[in-house]
Design a protein around this ligand. Structure first.
Ligand SMILES: CC(C)(COP(=O)(O)OP(=O)(O)OC[C@H]1O[C@@H](n2cnc3c(N)ncnc32)[C@H](O)[C@@H]1OP(=O)(O)O)[C@@H](O)C(=O)NCCC(=O)NCCS
Length: 250
């Protein structure tokens, strides 16, 4: 192995966050590398995501294909938080809300040396939550304050939509490795809250707690005041639990 390649491997294993480590992957447990998804991974992702009760939606798949998925995050990784926010503001103005949210989406895979993709993580700012805020009259998209909240949500809040590992690869830290890189990337870009909803499967709460997330009681909402400046609740489904991890400034 060349010296450059050895150094890159070492940097990846050490957990450095660069565009290159995101693309080439960080060495993880059980002979996997965690990396950003490429179009060729989409069939495997579409097969894994339903294990977490989620279908890979067409817009996200298309964004992986055309490279716009995570484009904002890559700017943040390369140039820092301010440029990430600038990228998002420009995308809002030129591409619109959906496109901007896709620029902040993250699709990771756990790629096994011999078996290919054995795990995936899908995350993006919570468009549904914004729709709900509009529906309940808390914000209006025709007002500047409503547009600002929509923009603010996309650069401060992200929802972990799915973490899924093939059954034969579970219990070796693959799921934890996917969560670790997800936190590292979003917190680097200045996000304040990562959250998701989990079904009442025994053991899942321990899985998220071990990765540093807090887990709410079944049905218990979280108030997004501290992030959005309005008392908006993220509410889980009837028997679901919210898991969340905050990184507040200061
Ligand atoms: C949850 C999941 C991603 C964990 O992946 P993983 O690679 O096995 O995770 P890790 O090896 O890092 O951690 C394993 C730990 O998670 C916990 N755990 C996670 N899912 C569990 C389940 N379905 N049953 C029991 N324990 C589970 C256990 O505490 C386990 O620890 P153990 O190995 O000491 O028993 C994987 O079990 C999975 O894909 N489940 C189906 C999809 C799903 O439920 N996703 C979460 C929806 S929000």
């Amino acid at each position: 192995m060349s010296k450059g390649r050895r150094l890159r491997r070492a940097a990846a294993a050490g957990g450095q966050l660069t565009e290159r480590t995101l693309t080439e992957g960080w060495a993880g447990p059980a002979r996997i590398r965690v990396r950003q998804a490429i179009p060729a991974d989409l069939p495997a992702i579409a097969e894994l995501a339903p294990l977490a009760g989620v279908q890979l939606d067409d817009a996200l798949a298309e964004a992986v294909r055309d490279g716009s998925s995570g484009a904002g995050l890559r700017t943040g990784i390369r140039q820092g938080q301010l440029d990430f926010q600038r990228h998002m503001a420009i995308e809002f103005a030129t591409g619109g809300v959906v496109s901007a949210y896709l620029h902040a989406s993250l699709v990771l895979v756990a790629d096994h040396r011999d078996q290919g993709v054995v795990g995936t993580l899908l995350a993006y700012p919570p468009g549904n939550l914004v729709t709900e805020l509009v529906r309940s009259g808390l914000i209006s998209l025709s007002e500047q304050s409503g547009q600002q909240t929509t923009m603010l949500a996309s650069v401060t809040l992200t929802k972990i939509k799915a973490v899924a590992v093939a059954e034969h690869a579970r219990g070796q830290g693959v799921g934890a490795a996917l969560l670790k890189r997800c936190k590292q990337i979003y917190f680097h870009c200045g996000y304040m809250l990562l959250y998701g909803q989990m079904p009442p499967t025994p053991g899942l709460d321990a899985f998220y707690r071990r990765s540093g997330f807090e887990v709410q009681q079944p049905g218990e909402p979280i108030d997004l005041w501290v992030v959005l400046g309005i008392h908006a609740n993220a509410v889980p489904g009837a028997d679901e639990r919210i898991f969340h991890r905050r990184q507040l400034p200061g």
